[in-house]
Write a protein that binds this ligand. Structure first.
Ligand code: DON
Length: 304
């Protein structure tokens, strides 16, 4: 498969223009990002890689971080985690509060904000220094220590994250948050403010394309069962109330973030990361979805 030729076609077909969507505005620092940034990096299981555009520029990974924290929490807590967070698609926006009341404070899945906040709380309970351990895990996954959190994004969300404050407090009142709500949010905002580029993200996500083995060393990081679980949740919940649309158009498990990143995984073939900060009304990268749809169309392969 000539992936570079396919990426070249895609780059020619789609040049970003400002009416494609809106850069996230509810976290003020994210609004400063150039909407026309556009990059792709595809890493194959055989070690070859292909890219174009701004694939080396770091951006705020936001909700893509939820996959990393879920993976760690699943390893550390096992089945107990599923008593506190479900695995059903929500069909509602990523920051929705509505189901929580009906469902007694148990979030629908670990990828909506409420669910990831519960995962953050669970990690806070079992880890002495969750920030350090998360950073260590992510750096190890992509074999690159040049990953940091972005303090200005962190502070920006911390001072504006009213919805997340509502979510954590509401879940605390319903008994599904164990730690101090401020501390939980601090860790959650930290994970969201990690900055990575497309290359680092695609390498990190090779874990889910490569049966749980590290892309470089072959070391077993998680077992196949965990890969199945995480990929399944990405497939059904990775794009919130647009998970069906992403699955329909792209046919791969994936995860988005309001920084404009999307990572998708083709088991036993590749992991691919796209960055274009302009979001559609569901909070997912508009151009990112188009690129991935075109990729699976032009290669003729998806998981279905
Ligand atoms: O909690 C928030 O609202 C953001 N830190 C993350 C949301 C997000 O990335 C949604 N994804 N598309």
């Amino acid at each position: 498969m000539d992936y570079q030729a396919i990426l070249n076609v895609i780059q020619k077909e789609f040049s970003p223009h400002e009416d494609m969507g809106k850069v996230a505005g509810y976290i003020p620092e994210l609004e400063k990002v150039d909407p026309l940034k556009f990059g792709v990096y595809l890493y194959c299981q055989d070690g070859s890689s292909f890219q174009f555009g701004d694939s080396q520029e770091k951006f705020s990974i936001q909700s893509i971080s939820k996959v990393f924290t879920l993976t760690i929490a699943k390893e550390l807590l096992g089945r107990d985690l599923w008593k506190r967070v479900d695995v059903e698609p929500s069909g509602t926006p990523f920051n929705s509060l509505t189901e929580l009341e009906r469902e007694s404070g148990v979030p629908r899945n670990p990828f909506i904000n409420a669910g990831s906040i519960v995962v953050a709380d669970a990690l806070l309970t079992v880890l002495e220094n969750p920030e350090r351990d998360l950073l260590k895990f992510v750096r190890k996954l992509c074999g690159d220590d040049d990953i940091f959190y972005d303090e200005s994004i962190y502070k920006s969300e911390k001072s504006h994250g009213y919805r997340n404050k509502a979510l954590v407090n509401y879940m605390k009142s319903l008994g599904n948050i164990e730690n101090d709500t401020e501390k939980v949010l601090e860790f959650y905002f930290y994970q969201c403010s990690l900055a990575m580029n497309c290359e680092q993200l695609s390498k990190a996500f090779m874990l889910f394309a490569n049966e749980g083995l590290h892309f470089q060393t072959g070391e077993k990081v998680i077992d196949k069962q965990s890969v199945k679980r995480v990929n399944s949740i990405m497939q059904t919940c990775g794009f919130y109330d647009e998970a069906g649309e992403f699955s329909f158009r792209v046919g791969l498990p994936g995860k988005s973030g309001v920084g404009g990143g999307i990572v998708a995984v083709h088991p036993e073939k590749y992991a691919v990361a796209v960055w274009s900060p302009m979001l559609n009304e569901k909070g997912n990268s508009a151009l990112g979805m188009k690129v991935l749809e075109r990729l699976t169309t032009l290669t003729g392969f998806s998981i279905f």
